[in-house]
Structures are given as structure tokens and as C-alpha cells.
Design a protein around this ligand. Structure first.
Ligand SMILES: *Cc1c(COP(=O)(O)O)cnc(C)c1O
Length: 394
């Protein structure tokens, strides 16, 4: 790894920081160019980023925002979710998925995951449907496609809208379809640890021109279209406020990074595939669980390589292994402690972890290894050797 930036991020010398992005010369130049022209906010680079994302995903509309969380929130709003409406989602996700539903005024309902795919289990979804259910919000966990055929069938049967949380899944394909284009709306994240980054950023994908227009309007205060141009060299334009919106727009400074990163999405995926295959091969003899193999007709985005550390099998628990990795200067992650483990949701919704046993078990045992395209072969060897020692295998 090139450790040149480590000191500037405050990282300790030689410490392998989990999820550090690879930033290359074109985006560094593009950010500098934005600085030099002094156009920092939403503008032509955000528009170009939208075009490139739409082309990559093969979808007519892509709306750039300042985060995936913002995109999930707006998705709930443009679908017209109302207080009392229920949205079924997964307990094996980042808190933002749940928060977006709550902030839209709707009620999140959890359905447990399949212990193998770690994605929401369609059978559990069926059991949670009530008269108030209005939408499904699956997450393509770690980059593995959720069971979209089954979920879309449930949605058709019960007249539900579908929002796909694609924060892990920009490259994911499901039975020949790119995820994020299967439901009504799909939302990507370009947060610093994701497969392609803007630092902070999100994009809402949709085939529906009307949903795209409303997402764009609500994401910029509810102002009439293209209001960002009001201070450009085209001369001042009057605008109307059509709806009471939010300040969720993406800056050109953010798009300056993402518009070059997206051109390398395939190369980075190939690099992660090499790392993934080494982990699968070189960790196979350890007393830990490895990710399930991929179905042939699917493309996994390889966002998270998660191992399962079951104390009864391994002799050490996840937190101990994580500490032993840290002591060997390897940063790891936990994706995720299950949502009912978090205080605020327990207090608000009365959720209990034991009601979602598959997610609870993953939440206790799971550990994510570094999988950034920044890692060179020596880094990967270091991670493997450190994990072997941490689980007591060498
Ligand atoms: C990262 C993440 C989000 C939030 O993305 P931001 O761009 O940081 O708002 C939402 N859902 C999942 C599953 C994530 O991993």
C-alpha cells in the first residue's frame, strides 16, 4: 500500500485502516480544477456524474445527492409514504436504512435474514405483511443481491412499492438485471468506505421520470428545476418553491471525485476479486465461517468480506479476534450488530434481538476484513497472517 496519505489521515504508521479508498490523479486534478474555477457547489460536474452513473447502471434517471441516507429519505417521500404506513426492511443493515424510514414519518418493520445470504428472507417478509404495509426496503448486503424475484412477487401481490438500498451494491447484478433498477427506486452510496467514493455522496436511480424530478426538486429545498443555475453566468433566474424540501444536493467538489472513480469501477472490482479469492483460499482451513459461494447467475459487488467467528467453534469470540487484529495493526469492521441491539430502536419500537435470531447471531459473530483496492499483495498477506494468529491457528 502507498502509505503516503496515512499521516495526513492521522493514521498510525503502518496501520492498515479499514475501508480506505484508493484516490488517483484524475480526481485529485478534478478537485483542484473545481477549486481554481471557484465553482464548488452543485453544477456541471454533479450533472456529469449523474450521466455517468446512469450510463453505468443502464437506467434513464440518476439524481445525485449528498448521501445515500438522503436518497433513502427522499425515496420514501416521493413514494408518498404517510404516517402509519409500514415499510418492511432488514435488521442486518446500517442504521441509516431505518432512520430514513422513520424520518419520512413511516414505521419500519423488520423481517429476519437468511443466515446464509444474510439478506432479508422473503418468507419472513411475508409473515410481517399487514394492512398497513406499503413498501419493501431490501438491502443488498455486502454486495450480494437480495432475493429480488421473490420480493417483487410479494410486492405485486400486495401492491407495495420497492426501494433498493444499494449502498454495498453498485456492481451487483441479479439474474441479468442490475440491482437498483429492479424496484421503483434504488439508492447508491459514495461514502468514503464504499466501492466507489465521493467522500460523501449518494445517487437515486429510477426509470420513472416523475419520481426522478420530484427527488431532484425535494433534494434542493423544493425549488423549481435547475435552480442551482440561479447564480451562474447565464444571468439570474427567478425560481418558485414547489414543495417544502431539503438541502440534500451534491456539491461539484464531491462529484469531481466520483466522476473519475466510476470510470474505474470495473478495475477496482477485479482487484477486490483477486483479494476475495485469496481470502477464500488461504483462510479455508481456519475454524471460522467464510462468505457463501455466489450463485452462477449473480454478480456480487464484493463490498464486504465478512468472516463468522463462533466462540464455540473457534475458542475466541469476535471482539477478542478484532482486538488481536488491531494489535497487529489491522483495522477490521463489524457489519453489523443487528438493528434491535441499538438502544434507540428498542425504546421506540420495542424490538428484541431474539425475535430476529439469524441477524442477532451474525451481529455477534461477524468481522469484516479489509477489501479496498488500495491493498497490495503484501497487505493481503499481512491480513491473512494476522487473522491466522488472532484465531490461534499459527
Ligand atoms: C453506508 C450505508 C448507508 C448510508 O450511506 P451514506 O451515503 O453514508 O448516507 C445506507 N445503507 C447501507 C446498507 C450502508 O452501508
Amino acid at each position: 500500500m502507498r502509505y503516503v496519505t496515512s499521516t495526513s489521515t492521522g493514521a498510525k504508521r503502518g496501520y492498515l485502516v479499514f475501508g480506505q479508498p484508493l484516490l488517483e490523479a484524475p480526481e485529485i486534478e478534478e478537485v483542484l480544477a473545481s477549486m481554481r474555477t471557484a465553482w464548488l457547489g452543485t453544477g456541471p460536474k454533479a450533472a456529469e456524474f449523474e450521466r455517468r452513473i446512469a450510463a453505468y447502471k443502464g437506467v434513464p434517471h440518476a439524481v445525485a445527492l449528498n448521501s445515500c441516507t438522503a436518497g433513502l429519505h427522499l425515496s420514501c417521500l416521493v413514494l408518498g409514504l404517510q404516517p402509519g404506513d409500514e415499510v418492511i426492511t432488514t435488521p442486518m443493515t446500517f442504521c441509516a436504512t431505518i432512520n430514513a424510514i422513520v424520518h419520512a414519518g413511516a414505521t419500519p418493520v423488520l423481517a429476519d435474514v437468511d443466515p446464509v445470504t444474510m439478506n432479508v428472507d422473503p418468507e419472513q417478509v411475508r409473515r410481517r405483511i399487514t394492512r398497513r404495509t406499503r413498501a419493501l426496503l431490501p438491502v443488498h448486503f455486502a454486495g450480494r443481491a437480495a432475493a429480488m424475484d421473490e420480493l417483487m412477487a410479494i410486492a405485486r401481490q400486495h401492491d407495495l412499492r420497492v426501494i433498493e438500498d444499494c449502498a454495498h451494491a453498485i456492481e451487483t447484478e441479479y439474474r441479468g438485471q442490475k440491482v437498483g433498477t429492479i424496484g421503483d427506486l434504488g439508492v447508491l452510496s459514495f461514502y468514503s468506505t464504499k466501492n466507489i467514493v465521493c467522500g460523501e455522496g449518494g445517487v437515486v436511480l429510477t426509470k420513472d421520470a416523475d419520481l426522478a424530478r420530484r427527488t431532484k426538486t425535494l433534494g434542493l429545498h423544493g425549488m423549481s428545476h435547475d435552480a442551482w443555475k440561479r447564480f451562474s453566468d447565464d444571468g439570474y433566474r427567478q425560481y418558485d418553491v414547489e414543495e417544502i424540501g431539503f438541502k440534500y444536493n451534491m456539491m461539484d467538489l464531491q462529484a469531481a471525485i466520483g466522476m473519475h472513480q466510476i470510470l474505474r469501477v470495473e478495475r477496482y472490482w477485479q482487484r477486490r476479486l483477486v483479494i476475495w479469492d485469496r481470502y477464500m483460499r488461504e483462510l479455508a482451513d481456519l475454524p471460522i465461517g467464510l462468505p457463501a459461494p455466489f450463485a452462477a447467475e449473480e454478480r456480487h459487488a464484493l463490498h464486504l468480506f465478512t468472516v463468522q467467528i463462533d466462540r464455540a467453534v473457534c475458542g475466541r469470540d469476535r471482539d477478542t479476534v478484532m482486538r488481536l487484529m488491531h494489535e497487529q495493526k489491522i483495522g477490521t469492521g463489524v457489519h453489523y450488530r443487528s438493528i434491535p441491539n441499538m438502544t434507540a430502536y428498542r425504546e421506540r419500537f420495542g424490538w428484541r434481538a431474539e425475535d430476529y435470531p439469524a441477524a442477532a447471531k451474525i451481529g455477534e459473530n461477524t468481522l469484516s476484513l479489509p477489501l479496498s483496492p488500495r491493498l497490495d499483495d503484501d497487505d493481503v498477506s499481512r491480513v491473512i497472517a494476522a487473522l491466522r494468529r488472532a484465531v490461534g491457528a499459527s
